[in-house]
Design a protein around this ligand. Structure first.
Ligand code: PHE
Length: 508
């Protein structure tokens, strides 16, 4: 059998696949919703600053770790330093958790896309409470991702990204143009979104922006390590990374540019206050926007189809990356074939997603009958990963590059692949070693403070539930570390070459 390299066929394939991971619900929903909740344009500025200050540096670090090892995160972190492999295992646990709740949300977007021609906005809570429907949609969504991953890195993930990402972009630009042409209310929407009210810059908003940047760029969870491992020597690490960050930010900005003018237009037509419609959280995407589309009649139905198809694409390419991390590890560590590995990973993801979907359905209908530590399961998983674990993992990624490998050595390794870093090499070295880890630590500390001592009406008070959540998250890290040292430290954890060997054995 012809020996094929396991990995992306081209540099642009890598960029589009990584951008596919980065561009997701975080851009089209999270970013506009957080902008809406944090006072508009000021948040946009904070977000861009966060991408520049920590996003690019942390992403270069993670892609670099993967690319130099050409292996899954456990092996890749082992290769940064003898005792660092456990970071890789922690990095795999995070996407494993995220994929389970992300799939539920992906199912929601599939439902909204499919029912564009027959949807009354008030149906959302009813749908969310309909367990059968939610489970079915989640299953459809996971199966779509599974089929792509079964195709392999080059013929599945890369090919799909090359079609889906341009499609997403074209739809998005079309929606922006349409939104800007709506007339009444558009300028109010634009000024809310683009005219900074600097007084809206608060510590809270800064933290939200930094957290959003991590999430949106898929950092701190092994994804960029995995995708980086599939990138060949020929890619320019700095340029590709910059392209991914620019594309991701552009999609988020355009997402807001499609959404705010539309919502403010609707509000102006109805004679209501736009901010009272609900511009944050789940309300924005799943209640307010369907309301806006419904009000536009026939054209609104078509727009709804395009909009939610676009959001489904965004979510799909993200969930593909989430599931690929675990799949890669199963293939390489257990020397299993790709199809069996993803089938197993997808089955587990589906099983865990069922209670999450049910719990969220209760919560969206105002019932707290299925909560843990005072949260529905989706919010719980989201908080554990986003607030606690991702900063830990992103921090460790920077430490591995800045201190374990050594910032100077890292820069010279990157340059040895033909990338001229110039002055940026010096900046990167200082950032990855000191500035970025420090900023990430601040994010983590304040995130923990908000969980354990949330701001209430009478100031900050202790929350036992918050403490339990933090302890659960750190317990997961501890379990990852223990499992690593007992089971994986002294054993082979494989590399990308293994997949080639396994598949050729299967074919013969
Ligand atoms: N970056 C994706 C988004 O913006 C979310 C995501 C998170 C994807 C984690 C993969 C992993 O929605």
């Amino acid at each position: 059998m012809e020996k094929k390299k396991v990995g992306f066929a081209s540099g642009i394939g890598f960029v589009l696949a990584a951008a596919g991971s980065a561009v997701g619900l975080g851009n089209l929903w999270g970013f506009p919703a957080k902008t809406g909740a944090n006072g508009g344009a000021a948040f946009v500025l904070l977000y861009i600053a966060s991408v520049l200050l920590i996003g690019i540096v942390a992403m270069i670090a993670e892609v670099f770790i993967g690319k130099r090892a050409q292996a899954n995160p456990v092996t890749a972190y082992k290769k940064t330093g003898k005792n660092m492999g456990w970071v890789g295992l922690v990095a795999i646990i995070i996407p494993a958790f995220i994929s389970c709740y992300y799939a539920v949300l992906g199912g929601y977007t599939v439902k909204l896309a499919l029912s564009s021609f027959d949807w009354q906005p008030e149906k959302f809570a009813t749908f969310a409470a309909n367990k059968g429907d939610v489970v079915l949609m989640t299953a459809i969504f996971i199966i779509l991702a599974m089929v792509v991953i079964m195709g392999g890195v080059k013929d599945g993930i890369e090919k799909a990204s090359k079609v889906l990402m341009p499609a997403l972009f074209v739809i998005l630009v079309g929606l922006v143009v349409y939104a800007l042409s709506l007339g009444k209310g558009v300028s109010d929407g634009l000024s809310f979104y683009l005219k900074p009210d600097l007084s809206a810059i608060s510590g809270q908003a800064i933290l939200a922006a930094l957290g959003q940047a991590f999430y949106s760029l898929s950092l701190g969870m092994g994804i960029m390590v995995t995708y980086g491992s599939y990138a060949g020597k020929e890619i320019n690490l700095v340029k590709s990374t910059a392209m991914i960050c620019i594309f991701d930010t552009l999609v988020a900005l355009l997402g807001g540019l499609a959404i705010f003018p539309s919502v403010f237009h609707y509000a102006a037509v109805q004679g209501v206050d736009a901010t009272a419609l609900g511009l944050g959280g789940m309300t924005l995407m799943f209640t307010t926007l369907p309301l806006v589309f419904a009000d536009m009649g026939m054209i609104g139905q078509v727009l709804s189809l395009f909009f939610f198809a676009m959001v489904t694409i965004a979510a799909l390419t993200s969930v593909i990356s989430l599931l690929e991390v675990a799949t890669q590890f199963v293939i390489q560590k257990f020397r299993a074939n790709r199809k069996k590995s993803i089938a197993l990973v997808a089955a587990i993801c589906f099983l865990v997603s069922v209670p999450i979907g049910i719990s969220l359905g209760f919560a969206l209908n105002g019932k707290d009958s299925f909560t843990v530590f005072g949260m529905d399961l989706l919010s719980l998983f989201d908080t554990i990963t986003n607030t606690v674990l991702m900063p830990v993992c992103a921090f460790l990624g920077c430490i591995c590059v800045g201190w374990v490998i050594g910032a100077k050595k890292a820069v010279s390794e990157i340059e040895a692949d033909g990338v001229k870093m110039g002055w940026f090499g010096g900046v990167f070295a200082v950032m990855v070693k000191y500035v970025t880890p420090l900023l990430i630590t601040v994010v983590e500390i304040f995130g923990l403070r908000d969980l354990i001592f949330p701001e209430g009406e009478t100031g900050r008070t202790f929350s036992a539930n918050g403490l339990y959540i933090v302890l659960t998250a750190y317990a997961l890290v501890a379990i990852g570390v223990i499992v690593y040292f007992i089971f994986f430290r002294n054993s082979e954890t494989g590399s990308n070459k293994d997949e080639k060997v396994i598949e050729s054995v299967v074919v013969e």
